[in-house]
Every structure is written in C-alpha cells, then in structure tokens.
Design a protein around this ligand. Structure first.
Ligand SMILES: Cc1ncc(C[n+]2csc(CCOP(=O)(O)OP(=O)(O)O)c2C)c(N)n1
Length: 624
C-alpha cells in the first residue's frame, strides 16, 4: 500500500485505484475479524482524497468517533496489523494517539468531540506561530449533538483560519438519523432549501403593495435565478454561525472531492469552512449498502455470500430481557415512555418502538438532552425510562444530578453495557457508572445478578417514585426461565445467599455468580464463606453487611466496575461508619485504563477471572 507521502503525488486514476484497493482490503479483512463496516466503506474515497490534499505529518485531522477511520489506519502503515483488529493486544477499532503518534492526532470512541478538539488544535497552532491546516471529519449523526454546535459556535466567532470541518452526510446514524437537522441537510442536498426560499421571496415581492416599487426592488436585488442562488446561500445555518459553507459534493467521486478540497483550501485562508460531503454507508458492497443498520458493526462474515456468520444459539441478551419487560410493563401503564440517544437497536428499544411508537423517543446523539427531556416528562407525571449505555451516560452527569436527582424526579436509567464490554475498548467500558451515580442524592442504584432480577429491578425503579438506575452487562443473560409476574424488590435490601464464618463475600451484579462458585471451591478446603448479593449499591444494605461482617475474619467485595469510588468504596464506607475495622479485599477494576479485547481475558487481566480471583482470595485468607 502506498505511503502517505506518495499519495500526495498521485494522479486521479492512481487515487481511484488506491480507493478500490483499500475498499477490497476492508471487505476482506473485516469479513475475517468483524468490526465497524458500513461506515468505513463510506469514507474510503474521502480519506484517499484527504491524504492527497493534506500532509498529515504536519496538518492535523480528527475523525469523529473514529469508527469510520479504517482507511486512515490502512494508509498510515497499519494494514499489516488488521488481522488483529479489536482483539486483545491488537489494533484498536478507533484512533489512538499511542497507536500512531504521527497520524492519530486525537483519540475517540464517543461521538461529537471532533470539532472541539480540532478547534483546540487550531488555536494551539496559532498561539505557537505555526501554519498547518486543521481538519475535522464528522458524520451527520454525530452532528446532532449539542457539543458539535458548541464548537461551531466558537469556531465561527473566532474566525479561525485554516480550519476545515467536513460533514460526512450519509443520512444515517447507526439507525436512520433523526431530527430536524437531518431534514435540513437533506434539503440542502436536494436543492429544496434554495427552491423553498426562492418561492417565499418571489411571493413576498409579488405581494408588495406598490407594484412599481416591487418591480424595482426585484431589479435592484438582481433576484434573477443565479444571483438569488448566491444570495440564498445553501447552508445558511452554517454561514450564520460564521463558517463558509461548501457543497454538497459526492464523496465517492474522487475527482469531485479533490476539486472541492482544493477550493476549500482557497477559502480556508479567510476563515473556517464547512464542506458538506454526501456519502453512502456500505458503498461498494451491496449487502451493506442495502442494509447499513445491520452492517454498521459486524462479526465475521462470508464476503462472497454477503452473510454474517450466525452466532451459536445462546440465551437472550440482557438487552432483550430489559426490552421485553419494559414492553410488558408499558402495556399495563400508559405513563411509561422510553428514550434512547441514537441507540435504538443497541438498547433494545427498537422492540419497544414497534409496540408503542408514540411513546418511544430517539433524540439523536444527545445524551444530555435525553436526560433532561426525561426529567421534563417525569415532572409532568410520566414514567420515563432512559435507556443509555453506561459509558454514554457519562455525558449526562450534570443533567442526572441537576435536573433529575436534585429535584427527586422519577426517571429510570437503564444502563446497558455496564462492566467490561470487550472489543470496543477503553472508551466503551462501562466501568464508572457506580462511582458517578453513587454520589448523587436521592438516586437508587442497582445491579441484577441474573435476568429475573433485572426484570424485578426494572419494576422497582419504575415504581420507586425516585431517580433510579439499574446497570446490566453486554451479552447474553444466564438463560434462566423468566419467572412469574413482575414484582418490585424491597428497596435497599440485599440477599444473603449463604452463610459462612471465615470470609464474607459482598458481591454485585455479574460477580454474584462467580462469588458463589468461589465460595463452593473454598468450602472444599473447609473454608466457609458467607455470600451477600448486594442488589443495591445505593441504598446499600448496611445492616446486613455489618451483621455478617461481625461473624467473619475478612470481607471480600466483588464488582465489575472501577475500584475508586465504586461499589467496594460503598462497602468500605459502611464498615467504617459502622465502626468495623477489619481486613477487606477489593476485587474491582484498579485505577487504570482497561484496553480492548475478549472480555473474558480482560477480566482475567484485571484479576477478576475465576482463577485470578481465587488466587487473590486465598492469598488474602492466608494473611488473616
Ligand atoms: C456519545 C456517543 N453516543 C453514542 C455513540 C454510539 N455511536 C457510535 S457511531 C454512532 C453513529 C454515528 O453516526 P455518524 O456520525 O453519522 O457516522 P456514520 O457511522 O454514519 O458514518 C453512534 C450513535 C457514541 N459513539 N458516542
């Protein structure tokens, strides 16, 4: 594959050939490893054109989210490592500064950060007296976030030179993109925007009471077809924010994209530019182009047949258990409404939407708004459920605190993908929710040990009349038959699963099963362990924990979350407040970045796999 400095000198046919080569490689390679697919096929020509027009050893580029930057990786010397994509110690699925210090200028994984980051880089450049160009590439989905507009607001105001935002518009987020912004972009593409305004103005002039004056006005304004076009600039929204708008250009036509980039470079000398590029997800691979939602992120697939390999039969995912329970409850209570921030299928709310289209809201990539929107619904007597991945709710910290908790509003947070998620890596692990929600007043915080408890916790949350969150992991549930009717749990009560007199295991969520298994193994050696399924991180069942702590020599906490400030911290506080000073072993994720890869191996690396946990507990025991 050509090196970036060679691509700078390629002719158009060479660039087209290169794009073809890159696309074929992505199809072959991702069919073996799995990964983000449709979005990457949509950015091949754009990436090749960018590498021809810019020198990213000097110029800076930030790809929003970074899930669509495989071409960027391939062109910057990482083609040979694609066989390890998203695997343990392998190539990351996103861009990472440490993976390519020369070409990955900014890491991401969450959406809508690119314009802010590149603006910071542009300002640093100006302050340091340098002169390179700064480019952000952002999708139409990611553009729905307030943060993108906060950055445009500042960029336009600063009149930042050599600052280029490329809006990669494929009309899709993961699900079809939603909101009026997408409607506006579609109007720009179809030319309807211009026609609508032309018609309105013509109408206004005709309606002017003094006919002669109207004629003169029309003449003076030179509202002929062409001059009107110039006056009624498409992209007025961006122009008004202070960016020169260019486009739309077909992002799969390398020649047209090059031409647009060259023209943009001229304008960049004056101030910030937004180039609207139209692309198609899955371009060049028909199955993905026809069904970009299914092919957004894939496991390995048969590239010839266009079929994604079927997973072995497995119990339903926690996501589906949640969705089914919510649908059941919403059938009985019309106040229940559901909210997702651009993760309709990911959260299982696609099923809810089918059942209750009027009561399901996809707000776009706008987690903060999702939370406060839910707070508004709750303030007026509805029972909103915000289904947001653990990692993405980090965006809404202040909204959860300020708009929900301080007003004690009954919003339910269903936090999917809590714990270690695997291949998506550090930006996506749901390790921090326990710590960031535990400190909030009024919040009820729970984690189920299995699918039946998840169902009960959903009812508990919905009818607690308080802010409440339940966190559950990615992947399949345990496969238990879903039992009985949906009944609420007593708030703040843990469950004593077994008695014992050597150690007390206080476990949460996914770690309850392993705690019991570990207690079984230790029992073989005559060591008896009491096991508590905490269920609630907040309010924590302090009475139960203190009572059993008095009967043992040491306490072990187990959770799939970060150690600082998390569940183990809650148990430590309870012990300290209860006057118990005793040895405690915390099995939690230490204070460091957890990389990507197979979740089981990652758990082992964090000392939370069955063997590692046993070794640590035995060593703890031997020191008591
Ligand atoms: C804050 C945040 N919320 C949700 C997501 C999940 N997510 C990853 S990619 C994506 C869609 C992005 O759409 P767009 O920017 O249009 O890029 P495309 O894939 O269409 O090229 C979403 C919702 C995320 N990464 N970050």
């Amino acid at each position: 594959m050509a090196a970036p400095e060679q691509i700078r000198h390629f002719s158009l046919p060479q660039l087209e050939e290169l794009a073809h080569e890159v696309r074929e490689f992505i199809i072959d390679s991702v069919s073996e490893t799995g990964g983000h697919f449709a979005s990457n096929l949509g950015t091949v020509e754009l990436t090749v054109a960018l590498f021809n027009q810019f020198d990213f050893r000097r110029d800076r580029i930030v790809w929003d989210v970074g899930h669509q930057a495989y071409s960027h990786k391939i062109l910057t010397g990482r083609k040979g490592r694609f066989g390890t994509l998203r695997q343990h110690h392998g190539l990351s699925g996103f861009l990472k500064r440490e993976e390519s210090p020369v070409y990955d200028h900014f890491g991401a994984g969450h959406a809508s950060t690119s314009i802010s980051a590149i603006l910071g880089m542009a300002k640093a450049r100006d302050l340091q007296g340098e002169d390179h160009t700064c480019v952000a590439v952002i999708g139409d989905g990611s553009m729905t976030a307030g943060m993108a507009f906060e950055a445009l607001n500042q960029a336009g105001y600063l009149k930042t030179r050599k600052f280029l935002v490329i809006l990669n518009d494929n009309d899709m987020s993961i699900n079809p993109n939603v909101g009026s912004l997408q409607g506006y972009l579609n109007q720009l593409i179809s030319g309807q925007y211009y026609h609508r305004w032309r018609d309105r103005i013509e109408h206004a002039i005709k309606a002017f009471p003094i006919a002669g004056l109207a004629r003169r006005m029309a003449k003076v304004a030179k509202w002929t077809e062409e001059s009107m076009k110039r006056l009624m600039v498409p992209g007025l929204l961006f122009e008004d924010l202070g960016l020169a708008y260019m486009g739309p250009v077909n992002g799969h036509d390398v020649g047209a994209t090059l031409k647009a980039l060259r023209e943009a470079k001229q304008l960049l000398a004056e101030g910030p530019v937004l180039l609207h590029v139209q692309t198609k997800k899955g371009y060049g691979y028909e199955p993905a182009a026809n069904d970009p939602l299914k092919w957004h992120g894939v496991t390995a697939f048969d590239a010839e047949a266009g079929e994604i390999r079927k997973a072995a039969p497995a119990p339903p995912a926690y996501t589906k258990v949640f969705a089914d329970a919510l649908i059941e409850l919403a059938g009985r209570d019309e106040k229940i409404v559901a909210i997702t921030a651009a993760m309709l299928d990911g959260t299982g709310l696609n099923h809810f939407q089918k059942a209750f289209p009027e009561r399901c809201f996809d707000v776009g990539i706008a987690e903060q708004h999702a939370v406060t929107f839910a707070a508004g619904l709750a303030a007026q007597g509805m029972r909103p459920v915000c289904a947001i991945y653990s990692t993405f709710l980090q965006r809404g910290f202040d909204q959860v605190l300020h708009d929900v908790c301080l007003q004690d509003l009954p919003v339910t947070f269903a936090l999917d993908r809590a714990g270690i998620v695997g291949a998506d890596g550090p930006t996506h692990h749901g390790l921090y929710d326990l710590a960031y929600l535990r400190c909030m007043p009024n919040m009820i915080l729970m984690a189920p040990k299995d699918e039946n408890e998840l169902r009960q916790m959903l009812v508990t949350a919905l009818y607690s009349d308080r802010p409440a969150a339940l966190r559950y992991p990615r992947g399949n549930a345990l496969g238990q038959p879903r039992e009985g009717s949906l009944v609420a749990l007593p708030i703040g009560k843990g469950e004593l699963l077994r008695e014992g007199h050597d150690l007390l295991f206080v476990a949460l969520g996914t770690m309850v099963g392993p705690a019991q298994a570990l207690a079984d193994r230790l029992a073989e050696d005559g060591c008896t362990c009491a096991v508590i399924n905490a269920r609630f991180v907040k309010p924590l069942d302090e009475t139960l924990i203190l009572e059993w702590s008095r009967r043992v020599r040491g306490v072990v906490t187990l959770e799939e979350g970060c150690a600082p400030g998390g569940f183990s911290a809650a148990v430590l506080e309870a012990l300290a407040d209860g006057g118990r000073s005793m040895p405690v072993l915390r099995l939690a994720v230490p204070d460091h970045v957890v990389q990507h890869g197979d979740p089981r191996r990652l758990l082992e690396e964090e000392g939370l796999g069955p063997k590692e946990a046993e070794t640590r507990v035995r060593s703890f025991l031997s020191r008591l």
